[in-house]
Design a protein around this ligand. Structure first.
Ligand code: GLP
Length: 234
């Protein structure tokens, strides 16, 4: 694991952007993308750059079950708002949270990932160490799957909803095994509320109690943290 400590979210996002730009120069053509507040400034850097994504495929990590792309709380909507409306990609995949057959959608998503091996995967991290929506205790060998969100994740994500009861209880998430197949993984974390999760990820045991700790086994994982998120590492 390579740890890059930066002053703040802005400089960390700039760093992540530079790694992506380098990757594209070196022929990366499939990007794994994440949602949440963590990658927003990275997407702003991508939008204001002159990088061309029209030959790039993107594959998102996850989506709430029950929300369609027009729902402002869906991850698909988030991606449209923050990136896809500004930058044209060759193909962009986000799990379909309103598929009539969720099991078939899950299978289909695994096929998409198999057909488009991810060159660079962007990750945020939940306060309990989750990546994508792979909550603690998710088996490391799982592929795309249906997830029951934990209470702490529902509460953490409630800030984006008018009412806590509106937060969906389930999601479709790319699995940890699929994430681990990405050639390069860039995990970003900002703020003191991520410090414990970062500590467990970097210094803790490799354990399903902290899903991100599996990244210790990845041959090319880069962790970009601001001072607050890195505060428990020294
Ligand atoms: N499924 C997403 C994750 O992909 C994200 O990393 C996490 C942290 O969110 P934030 O970046 O807003 O702190 O939230 C959600 O649960």
């Amino acid at each position: 694991m390579e740890i890059i400590k930066v002053k703040d979210q802005q400089s960390g996002s700039q760093k992540a952007f530079e790694l992506i730009a380098q990757g594209l120069q070196n022929n990366a053509h499939v990007l794994g993308l994440a949602t949440g507040s963590t990658p927003i400034k990275l997407y702003q850097e991508m939008v204001k750059s002159n990088l061309d994504f029209s030959q790039i495929t993107s594959i998102n990590l996850d989506e709430y079950i029950g929300l369609d792309a027009d729902n402002p709380q869906s991850y698909h909507y988030f991606m449209n708002q923050n990136l896809f409306q500004f930058k044209k990609f060759k193909n962009s995949y986000v799990p379909n949270g309103v598929a009539s057959d969720i099991d078939a959608e899950i299978k289909n998503y695994d096929q998409i990932i198999a057909d488009n091996p991810i060159d660079i995967q962007i990750l945020g991290i939940g306060q309990n160490g989750h990546i994508g929506f792979n909550e603690p205790k998710t088996p490391f060998d799982c592929t795309t799957h249906r997830v029951q969100l934990t209470q702490s994740t529902i509460e953490a994500n409630a800030r984006f909803f008018a009412d806590k009861n509106d937060v969906p209880k389930e999601a479709i998430s790319m699995g940890i095994a699929s994430i681990m197949k990405s050639k390069h993984i860039i995990l970003m974390a900002w703020g003191a509320n991520k410090a414990e999760a970062i500590y467990q990820t970097v210094k803790g045991p490799i354990s399903e109690d902290c899903p991100a700790s599996i990244l210790q086994n990845h041959p090319h994982a880069t962790i970009i943290v601001d001072e607050a998120a890195a505060s428990k590492l020294d």
